[in-house]
Design a protein. Sequence first.
Length: 593
Amino acid sequence: MKTNRKTIIIAVSTLAVGLLLGWLIFGGSESKTTEEQQHEHIAEEVAGETIWTCSMHPQIRQNEPGDCPICGMDLIPLEDEQNSGVDPMAISMSSTAMQLANISTAIVGSMDPVKQVRLNGKVQSDERLVYSQSSHIPGRVENLMVNFTGDYVQKGQVIASVYSPDLVTAQEELFEAQKIKESQPQLFNAAKEKLKNWKLTDSQIEQILNYETAKETFDVQADISGYVTQKMVNPGDYVGRGQAIYEIADLSKVWVLFDVYESDMPWVKKGDKVDFSIASLPGETFSGAITFLDPVIDSKTRVAKARVEVVNRGLKLKPEMFASGKVEAKLPNRSGAVVVPKTAVMWTGERSVVYLKSKTDQGVNFMMREVELGPALGESFIVENGLEEGEEIAVNGTFSIDAAAQLAGKPSMMNPAGGPAMTGHNHGGMDMGGASAPPVEPVDADPKFTAQLTDVYEAYLDMKNAFVETDAQKVNSGAQKVSTALNSVDMGLLKGDAHMAWMDQLNALESAVNAINKSDDIEKQRREFARFNLAFYKSLKMFGLDNETAYYQYCPMANRDKGAYWLSEIKEIRNPYFGEDMLGCGETRETLK
């Protein structure tokens, strides 16, 4: 009985194992064949209908599978994006995401461009109402009746007295001619005209004839009414005929000279009305028209002068007072221009971009578009090219859209070609390699220091080219040259903050180049090379190069997919992190000169 039970158990176990093996061998093989057929069928559909792109370079799009022409990676299908009708270069956002990011949009419209131009200036005397009061009598100044600047004089007022020996002689000649005026009237008239040439009036001449005594001093009368702005002589000074003794300005009319900056020149023209106020006259406003616009811009201040002529009622406006004005200016010949708010435009210094909105069944898409800007209109811009009236753009939250595009590897302000989110160092202060790097500002450096730093750059190029060749021994040799060039840089040529900044950079440069020199492993050398480039870029950006041009280039796949930079003497991409394997992978991010 026990034997039969044991036999039965063995038989049942054998049967179960046999069934299991049979299912695995025959059933599994049949299922696998079915799945393979399904995958082949799907692949055929994908190959026939979808666009293929590179995960690292989404700007690459082909109608059939293959390798990326930039980095050599296998292309992947854009099946989901195509089926959903979403442009692969656009960033999609839901209504909730737009609300959280405070994103709002507006329809692009056209208008007659009007800009409020603000002007600063000064009150000045009207040059046409400024006179030089001269002495028409040569001699010595005996007395000045107006002996300080700022005093007001009336036309005909006696303002000085002059002793003149020449005038005494002329009077004696007049007396002699008077005696024979009956027989020689021409001689008598000539003697009188001589005194008139010295600006003596007929009444003064008659007084001289009546007294029959020569006067030794004569009064100088004011030729015009106005304020004395300059006193040019003192009592006891000798003056010649026609020499100026006062400068007198009539301030019943004044000029207000406004500074017009070069960027505002297209907006300001002759005849424009200017409303202005004076800081020392709060609550009062004045207005006038531009009667003259300087045809030449000052080479130092880069401004031209716009003249406004004002009637100075009550003499409230005094020369050298500061004035603040504004002009409601229209740009001539520019009616119907496309205008967008400044908040809609993202400007990198080289390009200006906006985000264009479009709607799909799945939500809202935003596509970056580069635009060409015209003159600024206060809080808006004229768009010369890139937008049409009726298109809808983001006017608030554009930075949030751009950040989402960068994270998604779509075209963005800092990465117009698209690609994965950057993780290395860059010059814009974005997060590169886990640290936020502030923008590097150039400093004025001693030309000798710049020349020495340029020698380091030339040695660096030999090391960089050795990386391109993937030759560890040449890299060591190049690293030694860089180290020697660094040791030759005289940091004593720098002062203050620049000196401290160079010391920090030098520590990083020496640490990285020494690590490169000590290693024979090309991959380890390349990791240190990536670290060296971050500090070296900062040095070149801060202190500059001497008659050299450097291209700051980036590969998102280098440094174990963290991304890495390098500097090159040519714009063509020759990747030092992959060499011949992916020689053309990368792009130029900045040009240093």
